[in-house]
Ligand binder design. Structure first.
Ligand code: FAD
Ligand code: UDP
Length: 368
């Protein structure tokens, strides 16, 4: 096998941005992934002529113009605006929490009425210094919104009581006192027409790629394959779980093809009560305003990570962050390895943040 400048572990967004940029600078890269396809969690594949987000709904959004322009080099984006709906028992609410939500919840019309109800609920709670997600949420949104739209969903999603979760997790659910169902506050938003996989294909065009290849076996057999490694797998696994395992949340996706053209009328419906076992149902065609005769839906069931399943979400509470710092200290001694991405940096990164982090690593590495 030939020798490479970089062995890149993980054909997800971080590894692929790094490969693309290294390639542009004349470096030779080998990108490996243990899955049987490229693109990591942003992988999309065609089913019934619909681009299915195989690892959950992915909506690109950013406030960073340079990052928006960067990603637009690789695909044309549509004007999809994420406007999820929340189903709580037999009630249906718009997200994020905005005047449509409040109007449905309390039968009111004006921002002043909504503000008065929320302010009264917050005052009755008497929380001064919020200590966890529950207190933070209650102090921000009051009792009704918390009980109906946050508590059940969050406890299902994270498998922990809200009193044991860090409050930053709900930072993107602000209150909005206008009738506006746009979930994100970012300036730029959309879905790549034709799916995400094409973006990664273009990024990896100049590199050698090997799927179905696990790093730990591969490096045993090819210890001198490259001068340097970019590693985007789990950082704790890289070090043989020496200090113990970090915690992750996994998701089980149950995907179904339905013989109807429109199942739920929206791309994303969240199920916010505890009784429904899944957190949300995605109807993939609506990301691209699809007109196909059939439809494909995925139910998402959240689960604790254990060896053998995919680790999707780092659980960034104090305990895990402290453990991560120990692994980070070990990583800092490895000048031959760059750790990146959601698993390599143990951070709850969105796609735009992953691109920023990858471009930062490129800058560190190539000095420009
Ligand atoms: P990954 O995509 O996980 O890539 C890492 C790759 O490394 C994987 O392909 C894995 O197979 C491979 N790998 C790991 N270990 C090894 C090994 N030992 N050997 C070989 N290969 C290995 N972001 C948004 O901006 N908007 C959204 O709407 C959004 N929705 C999301 C919904 C869900 C359900 C999830 C889980 C994430 C969502 N994200 C969203 C976040 C987004 O998926 C990530 O920011 C991004 O995909 C992370 O890229 P990455 O390269 O760090 O990781
Ligand atoms: N959340 C919630 N109710 C909802 C949607 C989200 O309480 O209907 C909370 C929940 O704690 C979740 C967090 O907000 O983990 C972030 O959710 P989002 O859907 O924005 O993030 P994703 O799961 O796609 O990373």
């Amino acid at each position: 096998m030939s020798h490479y400048d970089y062995l890149i572990v993980g054909a997800g967004l971080f590894g692929s941005v790094f490969a693309y940029e290294a390639n542009k600078r004349g470096k030779k890269c080998l990108v490996i992934d243990k899955r049987n396809h490229i693109a990591g969690n942003i992988y999309t594949e065609k089913v019934e002529d619909i681009n299915v987000h195989k690892y959950g709904a992915h909506i690109f959004h950013t406030s960073d113009k340079a990052i928006w322009e960067y990603v637009n080099q690789f695909a044309e984006f549509n004007n999809y605006i994420n406007s999820p709906v929340a189903s709580y028992k037999d009630e249906l609410y718009n997200l994020p929490f905005n005047m449509n939500t409040f109007s449905r919840m309390w039968g009111i019309k004006t921002p002043a009425e909504a503000k008065a109800i929320i302010a009264k609920q917050i005052e009755d709670l008497g929380i001064t210094e919020p200590k966890n997600l529950e207190e933070q949420a209650l102090k921000l949104v009051g009792t009704d919104v918390y009980e109906k739209l946050i508590k059940g969903y969050t406890e299902k999603q994270w498998g922990r009581p809200c009193t044991e979760l860090p409050s930053f997790i709900i930072k993107r659910l602000p209150l909005r006192f206008i009738y506006d169902n746009n979930y994100f506050n970012d300036r730029y938003q959309g879905i790549p027409i034709g799916g995400y996989t094409q973006i990664i294909e273009k990024m990896l065009a100049g590199s050698d790629v090997k799927t179905d290849t696990d790093y730990f076996e591969f490096i045993n057999e090819n210890p001198d394959i490259a001068d340097k490694t970019v590693y985007t797998g789990q950082i704790d696994e890289f070090f043989g779980f020496e200090y113990g395992s970090l915690e992750y949340r996994s998701v089980r996706f149950e995907t179904e093809i339905l013989d109807e053209d429109n199942y739920q009328g929206n791309a994303v419906v969240n199920y916010t009560d505890r009784e429904v076992p899944y957190t949300r149902i995605i109807e993939h065609k609506h990301f691209e305003f699809g007109k196909q005769e059939k439809t494909v839906i995925s139910r998402e069931y959240s689960a604790e990570w254990k060896p053998g399943v995919e680790p999707y979400y780092p659980v960034n509470n104090d305990k895990n962050n402290a453990l991560y710092e120990k692994y980070k200290a070990l990583a800092d001694t490895r000048k031959d390895v760059i750790f990146g991405g959601r698993l390599g940096q143990y951070k709850y990164y969105d796609m735009d943040k992953v691109i920023i982090a990858a471009l930062d690593s490129v800058k560190n590495e190539f000095g420009e």
